[in-house]
Each structure stands twice: as structure tokens, then as C-alpha cells.
Design a protein around this ligand. Sequence first.
Ligand code: ATR
Length: 285
Amino acid sequence: MSANRDINLAGVIGWPIQHSRSPRLHNFWLSKYRISGFYVPLQVHPDKLEVAVRALPNLGFKGANVTIPHKEKVLDIVDECDPLASRVGAINTLYFEHGEKIVGANTDVFGFTQALCSGSENIGLDNAKAVVIGAGGAARAIVVGLLDLGASEIRIVNRTYEKAVKISERFGKNVQPIKWQQRSESLTQCQVLVNTTSLGMIGNPALDLDVSELPLQATVMDTVYTPLMTPLLKTAKSRGNRVVDGLGMLLHQARPGFAHWFNHDPRVTKDLHAHVLSDLDMISG
Ligand code: ATR
């Protein structure tokens, strides 16, 4: 027998986990770049999160992604948390250093900024005003992304106003809470609008938002990707706004983890889009 060789192993921890597209996209990259390895779905009950995370380095995993509902709870489990994950208040990627130390990172911010800016010569967010609909974990990562891109005013619109207030307290005076009833007026002079709620997803009602106050130069992004063209994006596109669907953020957030675990910086390409999309078609169809 030859000497032990490292097995390239990673996975995604969630509860439930069947919905996750991460195995499909990471295994596509493993095969495309001819890296022998496996990326597996790991269904972990919230009560077993710590035991499961602690076991992974011992099982030979290089790292893992973390998804709903564990992204916040895992902050208390890791040995070290990178500054960006602490700032967002959520971890979506784990690195196991030297096969034992567990380091938490957040790549959703990277995924968001890459998706928002890709395909655009210059989205120019310096001093821009932005509106974010929703105040959950995705909204926090997007607020950090918008601030880092130079936005000077971010309006958080949420059904539960107190949660919008909490986000504004966390990120400072450039982030303002807005009442749900004022969502349409909040779009005045806004250059970026992002929906982070599940409204517009297959099986859910559409986001009820009158966009007539939204400038035509504004970019509209939806984090929902089933369907790819949500009712919000359809309306925005029909009046001439630039639109960004939710698939780009999903694909780009996966890049830093893959690069770190498998030593290869992967690309978001048309064939990757098509591969993940064909699976999404099956879900929606
Ligand atoms: P995530 O981590 O993916 O952002 P989350 O933390 O569950 O998910 O947040 C979901 C967001 O969608 C919340 O802002 C939620 O609003 P509330 O804070 O009022 O619960 C929003 N949301 C979900 N369903 C909604 C609905 N029917 N109408 C308006 N907002 C909704």
C-alpha cells in the first residue's frame, strides 16, 4: 500500500439539508478541476451541532459550509472567528487549520458584492443610497457588503420594525430602520434595492412593493433564486432597471471555501450556472 494521502473532503451542515444546492455546485467544480474528493450534505440537528462540528476535523474534513438554522449558533462553537464573520454576526464557512483548529468565516458578503458588481462596468456605490427589504441574517451580510462598497445611507425595511432597529443599532447611523408601511416611499433616490426576504419564492406570495418611486438607474437584486426571475425582478426589468438574480450570490459565496479547502480558485462560469439551474428547474417544475 502507498503512504496515506489526504482525502479531499468537505460538506454542508444544515437542518434540513435536502434543499441545499451546495453539493451540486462544489462537486461540479471538483470534477471540472479534476480534484479527487467529495462534498457531502450533512443533516445535523441543532442539539447536535457542537458534537458534529467538533467531529469533522477528526473525520478528515478540510472544512464545511454552514447553513440554516446554524449560521449564528456556530459562532459560539468555533475556536476562532474571522473579523468579517464577527461583524456580520454569522458564519457560513468553516476552515479546519492543521486538522484541528476550527475557524469560522463569512463569505456571503463576498458573494453579494461579486454578484452585484459582476457584469457591470461600474456600479459606483460611493455615497449611494440603498434599500434592503428584510432584517435577517442575509440582510446583515448585505448591509456589510453595501457599506464596504461605499453606500452612505442604507434603509432597512422590515415587517417587524424592531428587527430593523436592531440592525441599525448594530451598524451605526448610516443604516436607518423604516416601517413596513413606508416601503414604497423609501425607494426615493435609491440606487440599489435588495430583497432578502423569502417573498417571491415559489410557494410564497410576491413582495408587495410599488416601485414607481424607484429611479430607473437603480439596480434591483433579489436573493431568491427559485424562480430566477421573481415578480420583483420582472417588474423592475420591464421598466428598465438593471436586475441581478439570486443565483450569482449563491455561486460566488462558495468560491472562498472551495479555494481554501482544495487549493484551487474556482470560477463562476456559464456551464456552472447551467448545471445548477437544471437542478433548480427540476425543483420548480
Ligand atoms: P435569513 O437568515 O435568510 O435572512 P430570516 O432570518 O428568517 O432569514 O429572515 C427572514 C426575513 O424575511 C425577515 O426579515 C422576515 O421578516 P420578520 O422579521 O418580520 O419576520 C422576512 N419575511 C418573511 N416572511 C415575510 C412576509 N410574509 N412578509 C414580510 N416579511 C417577511
